[in-house]
Design a protein around this ligand. Structure first.
Ligand SMILES: [Zn+2]
Length: 296
């Protein structure tokens, strides 16, 4: 029997952890994230979260928001670097696998679809887009996760798209990134400016039936994501795009699906919802850490 693996998903809102042995979850824990409030305390916070597990584990697998470099993590929105890998190795004293959270979700979804036989006789390429507070992405190209040295790859939220009207500045420094137009944060911010008072992302979707300006904002978000998907098809040749995240799984999903059907045929893809639920990122990095050890 293999030793257990600690799989942790470090998101912007929640941090969840599972102790997994041979694909079976032995224990799970979930806490509020401190990524936006106490980044320097993150490693110690994760160690405390896994109290009592470390001596039972043989591996630590972490899916984390941000740009995963070989020795640090870049948090673009906070403009900060954190040497999380070294900090985790010192505290946990375990071999470490760490990948971006959306990349982990892409890997998890790829495993599911592969087992379902979706890639039979086809190129094993999948694009994963998550739309929630931000817009994240992960790409499986020809059966391999797209990774890079500086961690800034497959960050699909920072692809620019055509946008009518005034340019929308993104926190990355460019204008008209998908994240600046279609993320939950962007929708709430743009809607609040238009209405003259603060509204949440959920309220933007609720108001779109009665307030034309809100319907237009949501439509612009769907158009931006559809442009991103058409671009992704041109780069990767993907037949399948998976869209998840709290905003991605809202009415936005069906709007995007409708707009994809209006693209020229060569750009059309099958839009799918993710299968692995809230634990997709943790399962993804777990399976990624086990590649070569288990089949699939
Ligand atoms: Zn950007």
């Amino acid at each position: 029997m293999n030793k257990a693996t600690i799989a942790i998903d470090v998101g912007g809102t929640k941090i969840s952890a599972m102790l997994i042995q041979d694909g079976i979850v032995l224990e799970r824990r979930k806490v509020e994230s401190i990524v936006h409030t106490n980044l320097n305390g993150l490693a110690e916070y994760l160690y405390q979260l896994c109290s009592g597990w470390v001596e039972r584990a043989g591996h630590l697998a972490v899916a984390c928001t941000g740009q995963i470099r070989s020795d640090s993590i870049g948090f673009l929105s906070a403009k900060q670097q954190l040497p999380l890998q070294q900090q985790l190795k010192q505290l946990f004293n375990l071999p470490l696998t760490i990948i971006n959270d959306a990349a982990a979700a892409a890997y998890a979804q790829f495993q599911v679809l592969k087992r379902e036989g979706l890639f039979a006789n086809k190129t094993e390429t999948l694009v994963y887009i998550t739309v929630s507070t931000g817009v994240g992405g992960g790409i499986m190209q020809n059966g391999q996760l797209v990774l890079c040295d500086d961690g800034f790859c497959a960050h699909l939220g920072h692809v620019t798209v055509p946008h009518a009207g005034d340019p929308v500045r993104c926190h990355c420094g460019r204008d008209n990134c998908v994240e600046a137009i279609a993320s939950g944060t962007a929708l709430a911010k743009r809607a609040s400016l238009l209405l003259g008072h603060q509204v949440t992302t959920a309220e933007v979707f609720a108001l779109r039936e009665s307030v034309p300006a809100m319907a237009q904002l949501v439509d612009e978000a769907a158009t931006a994501i559809t442009s991103l998907i058409a671009n992704a098809k041109a780069w990767t040749g993907c037949q399948y795009v998976v869209m998840g995240g709290s905003v991605g799984l809202s009415a936005l999903f069906y709007l995007v699906q409708h707009k994809i059907a209006q693209l020229p045929p060569i750009y059309q893809v099958t839009l799918l919802k993710p299968d692995n639920g809230a634990d997709a990122d943790a399962w993804g990095v777990y399976w990624y850490s086990q590649r070569g050890l288990i089949a699939g």
